[in-house]
Design a protein around this ligand. Structure first.
Ligand code: DON
Length: 439
């Protein structure tokens, strides 16, 4: 059987194909000469599957889509505070190339507009790098997000530099406010090289999937940046990625995104997939016309809006029963599914309302598919309080969902591999870690 996903992508491409509205970016001859009919779309899942339709392997320049990734590199290389001191995170509601800074601080409003992106470029890599070393650091970083070595289109780069008057004006203004501390021309040159990196829609989908996968490339498994950096980048993409169309995008599409003037558009759906489209004709905001239409379709057809309230999760407490066993009467809470705060709260409530009278209490997580940090801590605290109430507490955890099962002060937790062992404990139990005792 053929997968339904590529067929769906091909169908949606056919639906938007006829739309010839919008215009090619015309500020340099290379972009004005692009083939306006190019059209492609790619989905890359967080476990490394790639589906595409149309022009998925045609190279074009990354342009502004480099901005969130360069921001990620700067945050990673310098830390949050030095970057936030120089570039804000407020949506500007202005065009991408607006010559404006915050009135009081002189900071660019966010890293997605050119003023912020030029500053961000200067913050990539350690502070003592030469401009050429910084460009190499950025190209290497973008390549790690893509999972292959990317290269600069020298012709586009030279042409952009010949026409960089506005970006040079922005950089000089940044220099006069002390936001940039080095030669503005060298920084703009580096920023333009960054924008001139060649990518395909397939590359962009992998780059977006790396963000969706908390900074880990789905195929190379390289941790390119850490989870805190990704959260910051996705937040800024969600609020500022589509410039002065950010509000429309947030309400109609609802996927953290970034566009580029060569016609690329990416979206990163946290925990699910990276999406990239390529179609060079742009709307008045500088966003790809058919790219926006494709994303609107994807979002509505497949419920991808990040603010879509998910259906209530299946009950996390699968059963709550008593069984007799060699260890005495045993109360068993069998848990299931993905557990985050709300699920953990439901479990705590179930235990509190049950107020077990049995000497043994079992928490069985063998049907749990994921458990986040807060839920793990809440379960361990439940185990600790049950111990203090005089129960013997046992955790059934064959897949090591709770890798460090220490319930803390006064808590005592026996970990076993199956429910049978928990109800009928053998005199000497075997398993990963039989007993974990709070100090
Ligand atoms: O800074 C510039 O003018 C370009 N090289 C990049 C701008 C861009 O892609 C704007 N996004 N839609």
């Amino acid at each position: 059987m053929r997968s339904v996903v590529p067929d769906y992508l091909a169908e949606v491409l056919r639906d938007v194909e006829a739309d010839a509205s919008g215009r090619l970016a015309g500020y340099i001859p290379e972009l004005a000469a692009a083939d306006p009919e190019r059209l492609g779309a790619v989905f890359a899942t967080v476990d490394g599957e790639v589906y595409g339709a149309g022009d998925v392997d045609v190279e074009f320049t990354i342009q502004s889509i480099s901005k969130p990734f360069a921001y990620a590199l700067a945050l990673s290389d310098r830390g949050f505070d030095p970057v936030l001191a120089k570039v804000g995170v407020e949506p500007s509601g202005e065009a991408f190339n607006e010559i404006s800074l915050e009135n009081d601080t002189g900071r660019p409003r966010n890293p997605m507009i050119n003023a912020g992106a030029i500053t961000t470029h200067a913050l990539a890599g350690p502070g003592d790098m030469t401009p050429a070393e910084r460009v190499e650091r950025v190209v290497r970083g973008l390549s790690a997000f893509a999972g292959r070595r990317l290269r600069v289109d020298e012709t586009v780069c030279a042409s952009e530099m010949d026409n960089a008057h506005r970006n040079l004006a922005i950089a000089h203004m940044l220099r006069s406010h002390g936001i940039l501390t080095e030669d503005p021309r060298a920084v703009v040159d580096g920023y333009i090289r960054q924008c001139s990196v060649l990518v395909t829609a397939r590359d962009l989908a992998m780059m977006a999937a790396t963000l969706a996968n908390r900074g880990v490339h789905p195929r190379s498994n390289e941790q390119v940046v850490d989870g805190a950096v990704v959260r910051q980048v996705l937040s800024v993409m969600a609020t500022c990625g589509m410039y002065d169309a950010a509000g429309d995008w947030a309400t109609q599409v609802g996927i953290p995104a970034k566009s580029g003037v060569a016609g690329g558009l990416i979206g990163a759906l946290p925990g699910q997939l990276g999406i990239a489209t390529f179609s060079p004709r742009l709307d008045g905001h500088g966003n790809s016309v058919r790219g926006v239409a494709l994303f609107e379709r994807f979002s509505s057809d497949m419920g991808m809006h990040v603010m879509e309230v998910p259906p209530a999760a299946r009950a996390v407490v699968r059963s709550n029963q008593i069984r007799p066993g060699t260890g005495g009467m045993t109360r068993i809470f069998r848990l299931q599914g993905g557990i985050r705060f709300a699920g953990a709260e439901r479990i705590v409530r179930e235990v509190v309302e049950t107020a077990p009278a049995e000497p043994r209490v079992v928490l069985d997580v063998s049907l749990v598919s994921s458990i986040d940090d807060v839920a793990r801590r809440m379960l361990l605290e439940v185990a600790r309080r049950l111990t203090l109430d005089g129960h013997e507490v046992c955790l059934v955890d064959p897949e090591t969902m709770i890798p460090d099962p220490d319930p803390g002060d006064g808590g005592r937790l026996t970990v076993v591999g199956d429910l049978e062992q928990a109800v009928n404990p053998r005199p000497i139990t075997s398993g990963r870690k039989n007993e974990s005792k709070g100090s």
